[in-house]
Design a binder for this molecule. Structure first.
Ligand code: PEP
Ligand code: MN
Length: 360
């Protein structure tokens, strides 16, 4: 596909300074809960209100949202606070009803973005409608599926798009409800350079006390925004009670965040954290390659053993080192550095081979 020509995910009357903050309860529970929460959030300077109208729940028999009944409450929030409103849509009916009710921003939830049929239907319903859409990552750690969902919307003419990072489910229990798997959103932004990244720490953490560190990390990775759950009485929330913050607690979290300076590289904004994570990825590969190299050396060791050949082949070692030093000069690396590295690698290979030769 051609590079996407995305329009900025910005809103009239809302500062374009990082981060863009979207906050509100997991679910719309009553008009009073919504308006009270919104008023407290608005007092913190937050301009976009989120609430789930239709709730995808893992198990039946839990609160599935008030559905269309709750849409007028979003209107009340707008009237009481002037905030913009955002909600999740999972099918065509949700899209029509949300647009009719004047919802300003739509998002596609993690369970929906994992389903190309559902995403395509939503995209078709949005053809010709200029509404901003955030596409959350699919529940499973599949970058192509996430990109595919974004592409389906883009191809239907939705150009105000953002990517919501809410973590990925894992079978094993981890410290998080959904594993952040930072490499995936970082790679997403490399593939779609202009897409705003919005962190959803609530659904990554699943509990309150790790929310700050995840949000700060996202800011250090140069994310553009935050979508976070906030409820006036979290312990009695009808969904996601453990991860929601009271508006005053959210205010504290936001105040503590350090928004570091960005700098420009090749026309795109990068941060040191982002570059470090690129280095980690390269280091991973180096170790992986070294492991592979040692395996091959062991294979050679077996052949040497069978044929009664000495481990150290001086001619071969000389050939390796001269070849690599020549390459180093061409690539602007010092000969000394390359010689040291290859001496260490060669020594490790010899040790692996000697071990093989001495095995019975
Ligand atoms: C939500 O935002 O409340 C929600 C259900 O999110 P997700 O689709 O990321 O689970
Ligand atoms: Mn939730």
């Amino acid at each position: 596909m051609e590079p996407m020509n995305l329009q900025p995910f910005t809103f009239e009357g809302i500062s374009t300074d990082r981060p863009l903050v979207i906050a509100g309860p997991c679910s719309a529970e009553s008009e009073a809960q919504m308006v009270q929460t919104a008023q407290q959030l608005a007092a913190l300077g937050i301009k976009i209100f989120r609430a789930g109208i239709w709730k995808p729940r893992t198990r039946p028999g839990t609160f599935e949202g008030y559905g269309s009944l709750a849409l007028p409450w979003m209107q009340s929030v707008k009237e009481a606070t002037g905030m913009l409103t955002a909600t999740e849509v999972a099918n065509v009916k949700h899209v029509y009803e949300a647009l009719k009710a004047g919802i300003d921003i739509l998002w596609i939830g993690a369970r929906t973005s994992a389903n190309p049929f559902a995403v395509q239907e939503i995209a078709d319903a949005l053809r010709g409608v200029d509404v901003p859409v955030m596409v959350k990552n699919p529940v499973n750690p599949d970058l192509e599926l996430w990109i595919g969902a974004i592409e389906r919307l883009y191809m239907a003419g939705v150009t105000r798009l953002a990517a919501g990072h809410r973590g990925f489910s894992t079978y094993e229990k981890t410290a998080y409800r959904n594993d952040p798997n930072w490499q995936i959103p970082i790679e997403l932004r490399r593939r779609i350079p202009n897409i705003p990244l919005i962190i959803d720490p609530s659904h990554i953490c699943g509990k309150r006390y790790t929310l700050f560190e995840i949000t700060q990390k996202a800011m250090d990775l140069n994310y553009d925004g935050i979508i976070i759950e906030s409820h006036i009485d979290p312990d009695h929330a009808l969904s996601d009670a453990k991860q929601q913050l009271r508006p005053d607690q959210l205010g504290e979290l936001l105040k503590k965040l350090v928004i570091r300076k960005e700098y420009i590289e090749n026309g795109s904004l990068v941060t040191i954290e982002e570059l470090r994570s690129q280095i980690d990825k390269i280091d991973d590969k180096i170790v992986e390659l070294l492991e592979k190299r040692m395996h091959i050396a062991e294979e050679i060791g077996k052949i040497k053993k069978e044929n009664n050949i000495a481990v150290l082949q001086t001619k071969r070692w000389h050939q390796i080192i001269t070849q690599r030093m020549k390459e180093a000069r061409e690539k602007g690396l010092s000969e000394h550095f390359i010689e040291n590295i290859f001496r260490a690698i060669h020594e490790e290979s010899i040790n692996h081979q000697t071990r093989i030769m001495n095995e019975n």
